[in-house]
Design a protein around this ligand. Structure first.
Ligand SMILES: Cc1ncc(COP(=O)(O)O)c(C=O)c1O
Length: 433
């Protein structure tokens, strides 16, 4: 008798963010096409969260698949020090002019967390490299070492990325090993002057300020004001603080513009990208920096080198797939679909407004979120898994963050599929009302 995939999985797999004591049998997914995922019994699920926010053009895209295949036959991988290749250079050449800011250099890594790690390392070493000693080797006198980040931020799961993220249930077991960061609230009309004063007061000690522009995603899909963020960025620029935009989630059309930085007047010095970069098909991270930053690493003193790299840095298949994803993203039709989806979310906000149990309904581009007012606002609120189970029965994949329900489908989602998602949300809200 053959053993089921669920049973084999149970024997050998350790899933992310999963308490295996309560593990429900995971669903064997055998195929993906456009917005749909299919299980081994032929059930279809609308991937309403784009498989952890990565998928932008849908699953099984034949254009991307062809480019992947062609590249795999040509050159699947090569060490990226001492060698270069066309896909890596072409991708950098195409990305740089699209990015919101004056970036001139692309550093490749593997995922969102590593894109952030690289950004933090660049920023810290930038200050050390200004003097004769590199920070960490001979701490330069006056080198800036503090990092400024927002409360409720999430920048990834590696130790550096955890350190600059909100301390939470995710990071609690490691809290003694995380480095100190200056945390501040996201800006509001009430606190903006105080935040500006705080930045000014500590300005000379702060190496960099990292932020998820406009949307704090894993922290609860919190949307905040572009105009107020601009004020903070202006203050940071006046203090020569390096600004790092973590656009790992907000990049590639998610917020209705190509990058969230396009809503801002003040531009970042470093930008982190991943997720939608490859259309959600392969792991790749990008950290782009301005020429000003890059130049401080040019030296006869070898200690001023950025000593960072990964085995799969600039993987040619991942770079080719990113180029293919950009081709699709920049098509008029795709931009229109992003616009349509954004307008539908806005219209649905009016419907959500009619339910007293719904709190803080909000939308930004292709992302819609709201809280269901049951129990505490926290990640381990039991309502999340309940909604996931009910949604699966309705043929939809949703994964609320505690009682924060959100929708973020691939841009190819059809009108009919969105009707199904919105209908389910209304049904679900009625159930809890
Ligand atoms: C804003 C942001 N930064 C960084 C990360 C980490 O990316 P990854 O999961 O690819 O390491 C995430 C992941 O959700 C994110 O949303």
């Amino acid at each position: 008798m053959t053993t089921s995939l669920e049973e084999r999985d149970r024997q050998v797999i350790w899933h992310p963010y999963t308490q295996h004591k309560d593990l429900l049998p995971p669903i064997p997914v055998v195929q993906g096409k456009d917005s749909l995922l299919f299980d081994d019994k032929g059930n279809a699920y609308i991937d309403a969260i784009s498989s952890w926010w990565v998928n932008i053009h849908g699953h099984g895209n034949s254009y991307i698949a062809q480019k992947m295949y062609d590249q795999a036959r040509q050159l699947e991988h090569v060490i990226f020090t001492g060698f270069t290749h066309e896909p890596a250079v072409s991708l950098a050449e195409r990305l740089l002019p699209l990015l919101p800011g004056s970036f001139s250099r692309v550093f490749y890594s593997d995922n969102g967390s590593t894109a952030v790690e690289v950004a933090i390392k660049m920023a810290i070493q930038y200050w050390g490299n200004q003097s004769d000693g590199a920070v960490g080797v001979d701490k330069a006198p006056g080198a800036r070492t503090k990092i400024l980040a927002f409360r409720h931020s999430y920048h990834g799961d590696t130790f550096g990325a955890m350190s600059i993220s909100e301390r939470s249930v995710f990071t609690a077991p490691f809290r003694d090993y995380l480095f100190e960061v200056v945390f501040m609230d996201t800006p509001t009309p009430e606190n903006i002057q105080q935040l500006r004063t705080d930045i000014r007061r500590q300005g000379q000690e702060i190496a960099c300020f990292i932020y998820e522009p406009l949307l704090q995603a894993a922290g609860g899909m919190r949307i905040y004001s572009a105009a107020l963020l601009d004020e903070l960025l202006e203050e940071a620029a006046q203090q020569n603080i390096l600004c790092i935009a973590d656009e790992v989630l907000t990049g590639f059309g998610r917020t209705g513009k190509l990058f969230a930085g396009e809503y801002l007047r003040w531009k970042a010095d470093i930008i982190c990208l991943s997720k939608g970069l490859t259309g959600g098909t392969m792991a790749l991270g990008v950290t782009a920096a301005t020429e000003k930053i890059f130049r401080t690493f040019l030296s006869d003193d070898k200690r001023k080198t950025l000593f960072h790299g990964h085995s799969f840095t600039a993987n040619p298949i991942a770079c080719s797939v990113s180029l293919a994803s950009l081709d699709l993203l920049l098509e008029e039709d795709c931009l229109q679909r992003i616009g349509r989806l954004s307008r539908r979310h806005q219209a649905f906000l009016d419907i959500l407004g009619g339910f007293p149990i719904v709190r803080n309904a909000r939308a930004l581009g292709t992302i819609l979120a709201f809280e269901i007012n049951t129990g505490r606002d926290e990640y381990i609120n039991a309502i999340g898994p309940e909604i996931t189970r009910a949604a699966l029965q309705a043929g939809i994949y949703l994964r609320p963050l505690g009682n924060t329900v959100y929708v973020m489908p691939p841009y190819c989602v059809t009108e009919k599929e969105m009707d199904q998602v919105y209908d389910f949300l209304v049904h679900c809200i009625r159930k809890y009302s």
